[in-house]
Design a protein around this ligand. Structure first.
Ligand code: NAD
Ligand code: UD1
Length: 337
């Protein structure tokens, strides 16, 4: 049984991945400082798996906390690093906070991993590293354009740190997530909005539930078929499974050191308007919306070329957008209750 440290495991993607890890027989050690979460998703993980989560509250920037954890938890086989601040809009307001948290967390974690000779590392990167790519679908060899936001810049800088530090004997996979949506099929865990991340699907479900009067679609004059932005929406459970396959990939490789980045997306570009209409089609619930101004910092269109993850990791998106929207809606109904 492999022991995997999961940072930021009380959050959205970390909690879903922890469920998959437990169900696949791994032994996750979960940490989170609760800056943008609370214990509710940890309780949800326990209900789904029937297992107590080995959880420790602490900050990835706190070296003493990490050293103590690595000492007391015994040998850790690998780390999946989700912990970060992720709101694009907030990062524009508080750039130094984003740089400080996201970059220092990574540096301190790598330092402690090196001290304890833990080498296998999976990093939560993002399609935001590409900026607005020249060619879509975008593949992993596309150059990084200037990041549209400080958040995006932190992901670019972290990837650069990881690329540089592979000489220290780390074996690293960066997963570049496209747009994760949906919730676990049990409706026991899902996306909880802390702060003001302003992501589309929670806005759709909250509007459908009557928590908000109207959804504003940011921009109807882009050069896309219906004038709204194109994204690659991926079910959070499919995304979680990619982490398990990345661990297996590292296991299967004999190199002492390596760095690989993979797009994790479906390869399908879907417009904001298509997603809103898809929600109504899947659930039968209407979502009042208006078309507003463009949101500063938004990329017009981006979707993945996922061939590398398909062929090297053996990963494929299995769940549809309809599945994701239904799961998001069931989770919203649970929250409303
Ligand atoms: P989330 O906010 O739900 O989870 C992140 C968790 O990290 C939170 O529980 C937060 O409390 C914790 N955290 C933050 N800083 C910490 C620190 N210094 N020490 C300990 N814990 C800390 O976000 P998420 O959607 O689950 O995202 C997980 C990762 O995936 C992040 O790195 C994010 O940047 C990346 N990502 C997310 C998306 C998305 O759209 N959700 C897309 C691409 C990449
Ligand atoms: C961005 C980043 C992603 C990052 C994520 C974290 C890009 C391309 N992607 O996703 O890497 O990890 O933030 O939060 O930079 N929209 C509306 N109305 C709303 C909310 C959103 O029209 O109320 C639109 C947006 O303009 C966008 C789409 O919906 O076109 C998706 O937005 P969102 O869910 O916020 O994700 P991204 O900005 O694509």
């Amino acid at each position: 049984m492999k022991k995997i440290l999961v940072t930021g495991g009380a959050g959205y993607i970390g909690s879903h991945t922890t469920v998959e890890l437990i169900q696949a027989g791994y032994e996750p050690v979960v940490i989170d400082n609760f800056i943008y979460s609370d214990g509710s998703l940890i309780t949800g993980i326990e209900k789904i798996t029937g297992k107590k989560v080995n959880f420790h509250k602490g900050d990835c920037r706190d070296k003493e906390f990490l050293v103590e954890l690595f000492k007391t938890q015994g040998p850790i086989d690998g780390v999946i690093h989700f912990a970060a601040l992720k709101s694009v809009g907030e990062s524009v307001q508080k750039p130094l906070l984003y740089h400080q948290n996201n970059i220092e967390s990574l540096l301190v974690l790598l330092e402690v991993m090196k001290q304890f000779n833990v080498r296998d590392f999976i990093f939560s990167s993002s399609c935001t590293v590409y900026g607005q790519p020249d060619h879509i679908p975008v593949n992993e060899s596309a150059p990084f354009k200037r990041a549209e936001s400080p958040y995006g810049a932190t992901k670019q800088i972290c990837e650069r740190i990881l690329e540089d530090s592979f000489v220290d004997g780390f074996r690293i996979v960066s997963l570049r997530y496209f747009n994760p949506i949906g919730a676990h099929k049990s409706s026991l865990i899902g996306e909880v909005q802390f702060g003001n991340p302003n992501n589309l699907v929670p806005y759709i479900t909250q509007t459908a539930a009557g928590w908000r009067d109207k959804l504003t679609i940011f921009g109807g004059d882009y050069s896309t078929p219906d004038g709204t932005c194109l994204r690659d929406y991926i079910h959070v459970t499919d995304l979680s499974v990619a982490h398990l396959l990345a661990l297996k990939f590292l296991d299967s490789r004999k190199e002492d050191t390596l760095y690989e980045a993979f797009n994790v997306g479906t390869g399908q570009g879907v417009s904001v308007l298509e997603l809103v209409k898809g929600f109504t089609h899947a659930t039968g619930v209407n979502v009042p919306y208006n078309i507003g101004a463009r949101r500063p910092g938004d990329v017009e269109k981006v979707f993945a070329d996922p061939k590398k993850a398909n062929s090297v990791l053996g990963w494929n998106a299995k769940l549809s957008i309809e599945d994701a929207l239904l799961d998001a809606w069931n989770w919203q109904k649970k929250l409303t209750k």
